[in-house]
Design a binder for this molecule. Structure first.
Ligand code: EPS
Length: 374
């Protein structure tokens, strides 16, 4: 089983991660992890912090000569802004942030104790773990990409995109949108929100290609792969909704139109011509692409703050204004790729045995041959 824990405050010394359960014999190119960390920092609408940081992973343990040895792997990413002890105390909770519930829960008098850990800076760790898992998935021909489909009122009209086009959009568009026209209006929306002291949310989509059928299981609720991916996506800061394939839209479809009819071809095996299921039926992968959508609410730090209450005096005040982003939907898409990769890697390890890459490959090839013979 793959497990990991993250630690670190947004303006503390560093972000730390320990990952347990990565099979032995995996070659790890550190530059792939750094590339994913760099992608997380990009996107129009990110705040000044992203000009201060240059996130790079230091691999502290678990590798010898760039190969995993079955030991836990540990990652450290240093914060350039590590000013936590110099930062002022905060007493004015932001609506939408962890601020108020956090001080009530932990009985704290300074909201900074909450916001430092609740911050989306924590996702540095998860993107690093996700990158390691992407390296593992690549060994089995599985790739993960994402694109932004909406920011504020601007919606992408791109339909039936190929996997390659989606991958390219994440490089070409400043908001990772595959529809050039929508990308331009998303940028305008962000400029407008920035000028107004406001923030924006949006929607992103993740596609996973090359997955074999049968990852996850219907046999127990916590082994359903969609449930595990949904939990991982929902744990990303500011995410408010997640669906698979036709998702919420499928509620309004008749059964005859909602389900993906089954076909067989000697070369391809079983296949579908549509993918409303988003690549998952009965908590298991079907072998078609996994399609995940997630909705992100607008960032809760507003330069023109909302009304709040001072936690000391209980008098009406305006919420605290911290340095923050105007829009972080493209970054959230990169984080979504990472956490999805972790869940899929975990299912792959569960199904094919996770002690060494060679053992996994043997089991994987044997299983593919069995599916082919079926
Ligand atoms: C973030 C770092 C933070 C914020 C943002 C994400 O840096 P700072 O607070 O120093 O500006 O830019 O965090 C939030 C949106 C939040 O609500 O905490 C990062 O590295 O992703």
């Amino acid at each position: 089983m793959l497990r990991y824990l993250t630690s670190g405050e947004s303006h503390g010394k560093c972000m730390l991660t320990i990952i347990d359960g990565i099979p032995a014999g995996l070659y790890v190119d550190k530059s792939i992890i750094d590339l994913e960390l760099a992608r997380r920092m990009l996107g129009k609408g990110r705040g000044k912090r992203m000009t201060i940081e240059s996130d790079r992973v230091e691999i502290l343990s678990g590798l010898r000569k760039d190969r995993t040895i079955g030991s836990p792997v540990s990652f450290l990413v240093r914060n350039m802004d590590s000013s936590i002890d110099k930062l002022p105390k905060v007493y004015e909770p932001r609506p939408g942030h962890a601020d108020l519930s956090g001080v009530l829960k932990y009985n704290l008098s300074d909201i900074r104790d909450v916001l430092e850990r609740a911050s989306a800076r924590e996702t540095v760790s998860r993107v690093a773990v996700g990158a390691l898992c992407k390296i593992l998935l690549a060994e089995f021909g599985i790739t993960v990409v994402s694109h932004v489909t909406a920011i504020g009122a601007a919606v992408s009209k791109a339909k039936n995109l190929t996997f390659e086009k989606i991958a390219a959009s994440s490089v070409k568009s400043p908001v990772m949108c595959a529809d050039a026209k929508a990308s331009a209006s998303m940028c305008r929306e962000i400029d407008k929100a920035m000028a107004a002291g406001d923030t924006l949310g949006g929607i992103f989509e993740i596609l996973v290609h090359g997955v074999p059928p049968g990852l996850g299981s219907y046999a127990q609720w916590d082994r359903r792969i969609d449930a595990n991916i949904a939990r991982a996506i929902m744990s990303i800061q500011a995410i408010k909704g997640v669906d698979f394939g036709a998702g919420f839209e499928s509620a309004g479809l008749k059964g005859s139109l909602a389900h993906d009819e089954i076909f067989y071809d000697k070369r391809k095996g079983f296949y579908r011509k549509s993918n409303n299921a988003g690549g998952i039926e009965g908590g298991m992968t079907t072998g078609e692409d996994i399609i995940i959508k997630a909705a992100m609410k607008p960032i809760s730090t507003l330069r023109k703050p909302l009304s709040s209450v001072d936690i000391r005096t209980k008098k009406r005040v305006m919420a605290t204004v911290e340095r923050s982003d105007v829009c972080a939907v493209p970054a959230a898409a990169v984080i979504g790729e990472a956490v999805s990769s972790i869940e899929i890697a975990n299912s792959l390890i569960e199904k094919f045995g996770g002690d060494s890459i060679s053992e996994m490959r043997r089991n994987y090839n044997g299983y593919l041959a069995q599916v082919k013979r079926f």
